[in-house]
Design a protein around this ligand. Sequence first.
Ligand code: PEP
Ligand code: MN
Length: 352
Amino acid sequence: MIVVMKVGSPEAEIERINSEFEDWGLTPEKIVGKHKVVIGLVGDTAALDPLQIEEISPWIEQVLRVERPYKRASREFRHGEASEVIVSTPEGPVIFGEHHPVAIVAGPCSVENEQMIVETAKRVKAAGAKFLRGGAYKPRTSPYSFQGHGESALDLLAAARDASGLGIITEVMDTADVEKVGEVADVLQIGARNMQNFPLLKKVGAQDKPVLLKRGMSATIEEWLMASEYVLAAGNPNVILCERGIRAFDRQYARNTLDLAAIPVLRELTHLPIMIDPSHGTGRAEYVPTMAMAAIAAGCDALMIEVHPNPAKALSDGPQSLTPERFDRLMTELSAIGKAVNRWQEPATVLA
Ligand code: PEP
Ligand code: MN
């Protein structure tokens, strides 16, 4: 249920109403929007009558039921306003959200060694990326595939962060590693295979770093939003959703089916920012630019692109990784679409 307060409602009145809700056994959450304050009410509200709640204060404008099973993630919970996920990076905050430039995240599938991660970071930064991605802990289908260098790769990510000024996005697979990964990562990634790892979702929900929640490979949109609800319910409001392709019947030409329809669907259902990953979405470097452009045209808030200095030698996901040169060109191509939809920020020019 949400309680929409009138413009100019006194703070003391909002507090009084909230403590009344707490007395009823509900959890009120104050959401300060651009124009209005909304109180989100979570708990057993089924028996409550919205009209009766409206009576408890003359400052209440309206009381509405949230009909969706996911409450905090629903668009209604914020009275229609998009949320902004503000991520701090060495060069200042980057905002993910519907009314901000498309944020570009780029880097290799896995962190392989210091030289490659630092070199890639510098290259993608110069092309306009704001974040470096790269896995230290890799969720691989086969136990015989490269599993990532683990903890030592976190130090390499820290070195790349220092050398480039980029923010770091990296995956955490185990509840036991959340704190350690959070010391280096500016955003914690939950991979597709862990989208419904509920203990992990609760754990990242109980810490402060923003969370990038990838869609499970066979997850419905509702299951995905319910997974985000776990993070939000545990107290972390900073969740970014990432569509990375779903499994369909035809895997002959593309690894997955990138569900770009998820962009307008999510826009209607949730206030959370939307990222698109055309690298895992297609599995083929030659298809990545087209789908990246389509994603921006369709209104995504961020893109995740795999880039490797030598894709032929990559320890994971080489076939879907762009070379730094191709990534440079892609950024020029994306800028045309990004400018057309008024969502593009040129990289700062570095004077030699
Ligand atoms: C990744 O980002 O490298 C990754 C493993 O992605 P996903 O969880 O989407 O497969
Ligand atoms: Mn990968």
